[in-house]
Design a protein around this ligand. Structure first.
Ligand code: ATP
Ligand code: ZN
Ligand code: MG
Ligand code: MG
Length: 450
């Protein structure tokens, strides 16, 4: 990319999150943020490179690089994309830009997608959220051991007007490794995507939550988009509920990608792992309880979900166990403010930070080192609870014989993990309060008064 020749007309609005606006140009994406200066973005790159990548696996993480952007280009670009931004996000003004950006490969595209096939890649982005029930002995409310955080949070979000309808998605079903439960989880995401599911075709967003929260997502439009990729199922079902058959196959492709080792060129039955020490099912999930016995096969060891879950589970004390340790660190820092650097509270996120994460003592010896190690681990787990998985796939190539035999279509795919920025140390008191609010609200709204 030649930075001095950048023209805003080559770039288009791609999406945005809470912190960054994302623009894309064929094979690359740039995240632009109004407040983040060079050091801040470098922290995000380092964190991804030295912490998240070793934990989640080389093949899933693309760390990207910091780029300096001509201020004039950014100004023109922000004007250009303004009208494309969703109304829901427009309360965030993108006025003063630092002139820095984070450049990443465009993960909605396939790097080696040969143009022999006319069908562009489909990309499914899932924000899976926390996939286990906390098992810490510091937990004070019994319901946290039975109902997952996502399901409890839904009630709170509904009450606060964040969403108009409850999502029936439960992360524990997605992370179960049981095809049946994963199928139900993905179906529920399609029915109520909120901010947990987006679908792109050739880099363009074709399916996500509606700006107007009252409107249902257009499953029929999605089916029309997907039809050319699953044409054999049109014949197979002979016009009988063909849309349903297409969605069914689509979900199965996502499922097998999620259960694979990362790319489509591997075979053999992978080793399964059972990561959770806790109850593997959430009581709020709509998955029928009598079918649970057939499920719970665990996740294949190298699968993207196993990797994410493993990092999420670095949070083994729960926020209720972490908060007192945070206070221990705070008290220590009050007395020895210069220690903040040595303890790497705000980074740098390098190998030495990673050492503190990996080599934290298992037992509390009362030291500040233990407290800092656990707080670091908690923050790393929080990143893994908030990341997104991108599954990008395209038909291997059109094969007429295969079409005639009505064989299942074959896809080539690639999986990546995205949105791996560090969660702030200062956010811990807020997380503690939020946890209490969510749990109390859940108890009040689901338990009838005596
Ligand atoms: P969040 O509110 O989820 O924390 P964020 O501000 O950290 O969001 P991202 O999630 O990193 O921002 O990016 C916002 C959206 O832009 C993503 O959900 C995704 O759809 C898109 N996006 C980001 N990076 C890429 C990429 N490298 N390739 C393709 N799409 C991307
Ligand atoms: Zn749940
Ligand atoms: Mg983020
Ligand atoms: Mg995100």
């Amino acid at each position: 990319m030649e930075l001095d020749k950048m023209d805003e007309n080559d770039w288009k609005y791609h999406g945005e999150g809470n912190k960054s606006l994302v623009v894309s140009h064929l094979q690359v994406c740039i995240h632009i943020n109004s407040k983040q200066a060079f050091r801040h973005i470098l922290n995000i790159v380092d964190y991804s490179k030295y912490v998240m990548k070793p934990l989640l696996g080389e093949k899933y993480v693309h760390s990207g690089e910091v780029v300096k952007l001509p201020l004039d280009f950014v100004r023109q670009l922000s004007l250009k994309v303004q009208q494309e931004r969703p109304e829901l996000r427009c309360d965030k003004v993108m006025d003063t830009f630092s002139g820095c950006g984070l450049c990443l490969p465009n993960l909605t595209q396939l790097p080696l997608h040969h143009l022999r096939d006319h069908r562009p890649p489909i990309c499914v982005e899932i924000k899976p959220k926390c996939g286990f029930l906390p098992f810490s002995r510091h937990i004070t409310k019994e319901c946290k051991r039975k109902v997952c955080r996502f399901c409890m949070h839904q009630h709170y979000k509904l009450a606060n007007g964040k969403w108009k309808r409850l999502s029936r998605y439960c992360p524990l079903d997605l992370f179960s490794g049981s095809k049946q439960r994963m199928y139900v989880a993905l179906k529920n995401l399609l029915e109520e995507p909120q901010n947990n599911l987006k679908i792109f075709k050739g880099g363009e967003l074709i399916f996500s939550c509606k700006d107007d929260a009252k409107q249902q997502p257009e499953l029929n439009d999605l089916i029309q988009h997907l039809r050319p990729y699953f044409s054999h199922s049109n014949g197979l079902y002979n016009g009988h509920q063909p849309g349903k058959a297409i969605l069914n196959e689509f979900i199965q492709v996502i499922c097998s990608a999620l259960l694979s080792g990362g790319d489509s060129n591997r075979s053999g039955e992978p080793r399964k792992v059972h990561l959770s020490e806790s109850r593997p099912h959430c009581e709020a999930s709509p998955f029928p309880r009598d079918l649970l016995r057939n499920g719970n096969h665990g996740l294949p060891k190298d699968s993207v979900l196993a990797k994410i879950l493993q990092v999420q589970m670095l949070d083994n004390l729960d926020i209720e166990g972490i908060y007192p340790l945070y206070k221990r660190v705070e008290q220590y820092l009050e007395e020895f403010p210069k220690e903040r650097n040595r303890l790497q509270i705000d980074g740098p996120y390098n190998e030495s930070f990673m050492d503190k994460v990996k080599n934290c003592p298992t037992e509390d010896d009362g030291s500040v080192e233990y407290a800092v190690g656990k707080v670091h681990q908690y923050r790393v787990a929080m990143t893994a609870k908030d990341c997104s998985v991108m599954i990008t796939f395209a038909p291997c190539e059109e094969d007429e014989e295969q079409q005639l035999k009505l064989e299942k279509p074959r896809f080539t795919y690639s999986i990546s993990i995205l949105d791996l920025d560090p969660k702030p140390y200062e956010g811990i008191p807020h997380q503690y309060k939020l946890d209490t609010k969510i749990v109390n609200y859940y108890l009040r709204s689901t338990q009838a008064p005596p």
